[in-house]
Design a protein around this ligand. Structure first.
Ligand SMILES: CC(=O)SCCNC(=O)CCNC(=O)[C@H](O)C(C)(C)COP(=O)(O)OP(=O)(O)OC[C@H]1O[C@@H](n2cnc3c(N)ncnc32)[C@H](O)[C@@H]1OP(=O)(O)O
Length: 208
């Protein structure tokens, strides 16, 4: 894919997405961010200049903020695209939503379903028949076995693994290095080996 790409989010994750986009052939890349002075402009500026871009992706690591921004852009018919690093291995039978990012060495297996705005971060894997909801983040080095189910906005911490067929409810955060062997409810924090429910997410955490 070549052309002009707008990335909303000029932080560390945005730069990872930009690297993948450049390797993948996008030749002009502009950052937009409300909080980074070096960005070309704010979200408002991006909304005003959408017709200058061939593609737009939201590169905000926090799942709720990424979702909010993507839904806002969708109301303005932004040309949302997926950025898949050329070293990512996506099965031909996997189904990807829009605004998906697959980092270097990420894998999505046969018949996997990856929701809008999901992040498959560096060297993570999502195996066959898994269903990954919208705005999920699979952090670097996390591995999901076959036929797992992740609700909207789930966060799987760096280096974690999830046993086959396990289901995790919306917005739940699984801590770094966890081993998930049982289903987890929505809107909670869980971690450890085996991963256990620790507490519910606070209203404040659910807002960020
Ligand atoms: C490219 C990128 O960088 S992507 C980013 C990748 N980063 C991640 O995946 C990080 C995921 N986040 C975590 O693991 C966090 O520790 C969370 C969300 C699980 C918990 O965060 P908090 O609620 O703030 O917990 P906090 O740091 O206060 O720790 C509370 C206790 O839990 C323990 N704890 C926290 N996380 C873990 C974990 N993953 N495994 C085991 N114990 C943990 C702490 O040691 C502490 O124990 P103590 O009370 O005995 O001292």
């Amino acid at each position: 894919m070549s052309g002009r790409l707008a990335i909303l989010g000029a932080g560390g994750h945005g730069r990872v997405v930009a690297d993948a986009a450049a390797v993948g052939g996008w030749d002009q890349i502009a950052f937009f961010d409300d909080h980074v002075a070096s960005a070309q402009g704010t979200l408002a500026a991006l909304l005003d200049s959408l017709n200058e871009f061939d593609g737009v992706i939201v590169a905000i690591g926090a799942n709720r903020f990424r979702r909010r921004a993507a839904l806002h852009l969708a109301t303005r018919q932004a040309p949302m695209v997926n950025i898949l690093h050329p070293s990512a291995v996506i099965s031909p039978s996997a189904r990807l939503g829009t605004g998906v990012f697959a980092a270097p060495l990420a894998v999505a297996g046969p018949n996997a379903e990856i929701g809008d705005g999901a992040i498959l971060n560096t060297s993570s894997s999502v195996d066959h028949d898994a269903r990954i909801g919208h705005y999920v983040h699979i952090a670097p080095g996390a591995h999901l076995s076959g036929a797992v189910f992740m609700g909207t906005g789930v966060w799987i911490g760096v280096g974690s693994s999830v046993r086959e067929t396990v289901a995790i409810g919306d917005w739940t955060m699984v801590g770094a290095g966890s081993v998930v062997v049982r289903n987890l409810p929505a809107r909670c924090i869980a971690y450890g080996n085996p991963a256990r429910y620790r507490r519910d997410l606070s209203e404040e955490e659910l807002e960020c």
